[in-house]
Design a protein around this ligand. Structure first.
Ligand SMILES: NC(=O)c1ccc[n+]([C@@H]2O[C@H](COP(=O)([O-])OP(=O)(O)OC[C@H]3O[C@@H](n4cnc5c(N)ncnc54)[C@H](O)[C@@H]3O)[C@@H](O)[C@H]2O)c1
Length: 596
């Protein structure tokens, strides 16, 4: 029989604590909510009220239930109020000495059988536990932000946590409607160990002006289907908390440089820019605590006129290539009203591409997404050719041939001979340096990367890559074209992986390393990222879809360009590729897909 926790104490009512109070009270558990001072207590009470009022306004909570919820919460200043609770969850700032002091005090105040839990994200639960005389009753219960929404709870057992305490807490999680993964005490547990290297890397991109905050966030939302971009997420977490987590992970997690907090973070924390809770972080908010972003001096002008500023007029577009990407890109341009010249290496290939475009457009008609007349008009705008000479009068060329530098360079040299002056020449490469392709021409200022995602007609994102030679006009033209295609164009520098792959693949590689270290299982890691961070797919699901060979190749490129030791491909990934386990396409990758 599991022990029933009927009264729970929560210490610290900040970003996490207030949400944790709500989770318990919503599920019929009495809560004693404790803060350090009367003003802090009032802030906590206001946060709880704001959150439950929003739930009522959205129709997710009945008024009577909200009132009953509030009646279950008893607010107090100081730990003494916790003398008779069954379980305490501590959610004070991420400092070991502070937490140790609080646990020593809790040990004195609380009954001997009370379980003491910490919501720490990165500190050692073991080190916190030894501040008490009951380390076997100390456990980590790591909720995710926002606690009332995110389904995951990481239950962290130390080497001395009693098995019945673990079982009782697991039972409690189920009662709260949460899904738990139980793991050992390691810096960052599952989710944060995989998340924070990525978040820190995104801050480094922003700090180095590699891309704007809006573009970094849009890239990850639209390219990976994440619920929010990394910088918006940092603001939600709180930059002070994020700093402490990174700092602890760096020190506890083997001094991986990727966890060394980016200097900008420290500066922002010192300047009081803590994210949402202070009203300003990477973005500016309506007021402290508000989720509503308001424009500030860094907000780009989003008007059509601003987008088109300096852009050249584009009416006719050449698309070179006959693969999946070329086919999708031809369709995208033709549907958006551009005249398109498709160039392949022979009329047979042209016929195949033409068939593929027709099939895809017909699917749109069958699904009721495209009128027959629009399909016919789109097809009517495309001409099919097997020679580059037909690109003499286009305004933009999009190259989507095989991913080989020598082939692309030769093609760009030919385009340079054939195309009229002022044409923007774009490559869709996902891994080669755009500058190499640009320097194969006499007009590097006109060369950009246009990195479409697969399938091009569906994915809303295009990365616009500007090299150190690309002119502002060529960049503006590429952006304006993306907007005209109904896509979001994000501008970034010419570095391996651009934005999305550079941020995504190291995270996937880290997940493989975590599996390889036997810290957790593929299922639990996938669960943690989906339920704790709102990812549409877990890392192992995604790796099997993308292909392990493709993932390994991208990770190798990143490693070779940046020489970051933490980017070295996981040996397990290399072995699976060597063994021919490439993912869904070979029916086996991290999982066996032969029966599905
Ligand atoms: N922010 C996140 O996204 C997130 C997610 C999961 C876990 N965590 C962890 O939760 C914990 C709290 O983080 P947070 O982001 O909520 O911090 P926060 O700064 O938003 O809130 C901390 C609260 O603790 C209060 N406090 C400080 N000293 C206290 C004391 N002696 N007694 C009582 N209350 C005290 C502060 O007044 C403040 O309200 C940290 O360990 C953090 O790592 C944070």
């Amino acid at each position: 029989m599991a022990r029933e926790f009927s009264t729970v104490g929560v210490v610290g009512l900040g970003t996490m604590g207030a949400g944790i109070v709500e989770v318990f009270a919503r599920n019929g558990i009495d809560v004693v909510a404790v803060e350090i001072s009367a003003p802090a207590l009032e802030r906590g009470r206001a946060t709880l009220k704001g959150s439950t009022d929003r739930a009522v306004a959205k129709g997710k909570l009945a008024e009577a239930d909200r009132d009953a919820l509030h009646e279950r919460v008893h607010f107090a200043v100081g730990l003494d109020a916790l003398h008779s609770v069954d379980l305490v969850i501590e959610a004070v700032p991420e400092h070991l000495d502070l937490k140790q002091r609080i646990f020593a005090e809790l040990d004195r105040v609380c009954r001997p059988e009370t379980v003491l839990a910490t919501n720490t994200s990165s500190l050692s639960v073991t080190e916190i536990s030894v501040a008490t005389s009951r380390p076997n009753q100390v456990i980590g219960i790591h909720f995710f932000n926002p606690a009332p929404v995110m389904k995951l709870v990481e239950v962290v057992r130390t080497v001395v946590t009693a098995p019945e305490v673990v079982a009782d807490v697991e039972e409690l999680c189920a009662r709260l409607g949460k899904v738990d993964v139980t793991i050992n005490d390691r810096a960052g547990f599952i989710a944060n160990a995989l998340l924070f290297g990525y978040l820190n890397h995104a801050v480094a991109m922003f700090e180095s002006h590699y891309a704007t905050r809006e573009d970094i966030d849009a890239a990850m939302k639209l390219g990976c289907g994440l619920p929010m971009g990394p910088l918006a997420l940092m603001d939600l977490i709180g930059l002070d908390t994020a700093y402490e987590i990174l700092d602890t992970m760096y020190r506890r997690g083997g001094r991986d440089r990727r966890h060394a907090p980016v200097p900008l973070l420290k500066q922002m924390v010192t300047a009081g820019l803590l994210g949402r809770k202070s009203g300003r972080g990477f973005y500016t908010y309506e007021r402290p605590g508000s989720p509503v972003v308001v424009p500030d001096e860094a907000t780009p002008l989003a008007t059509d006129a601003a987008l088109a500023d300096g852009a050249r007029a584009i009416a006719k577009v050449g698309v070179v290539g006959s693969g999946t990407m070329a086919t999708g890109i031809i369709e995208v341009f033709a549907k958006a009203g551009y005249e398109v010249v498709s160039v392949t290496r022979g009329m047979e290939k042209s016929a195949k591409v033409c068939e593929a475009v027709k099939t895809s457009l017909n699917k749109g008609v069958v699904r009721g997404k495209l009128a027959e007349a629009d399909r016919d008009a789109a097809l009517g705008r495309i001409s099919w050719s097997a020679t580059l000479d037909h690109l003499a009068d286009v305004d933009l060329v999009v190259e989507a041939v095989v991913e080989e530098l020598s082939v692309k360079k030769a093609l760009f040299a030919s385009l340079d001979e054939i195309c009229k002056p002022g044409v923007v020449l774009a490559t869709t490469t996902s891994s080669l340096p755009v500058i190499d392709v640009a320097m194969a021409t006499q007009r590097p200022a006109d060369v950009v990367g246009l990195h479409f995602f697969n399938p091009a007609p569906v994915m809303p994102l295009v990365e616009v890559v500007r090299t150190i030679r690309t002119s502002p006009e060529a960049t503006a033209t590429a952006r304006a074209v993306c907007a005209a295609l109904g896509k979001t164009g994000v501008v970034c520098g010419d570095r391996s992986g651009f934005i999305v792959n550079a941020l995504l693949f190291p995270y996937l590689n880290d997940a493989v390393k975590m599996l390889e270290a036997s810290y957790s299982t593929a299922d639990d890691i996938d669960h943690a990222m989906k339920l704790g961070c709102g990812y549409p797919m877990g890392p192992f699901e995604l790796l099997d879809v993308v292909g392990l060979d493709v993932s390994l190749a991208i990770q190798r490129e990143l490693y070779l360009e940046l020489r970051e030791p933490g980017f070295a491909p996981a040996p397990l990934l290399e072995h699976l590729v060597t063994a021919g386990y490439l993912g869904r396409k070979t029916r086996r990758g991290f999982r066996d897909h032969s029966h599905r």
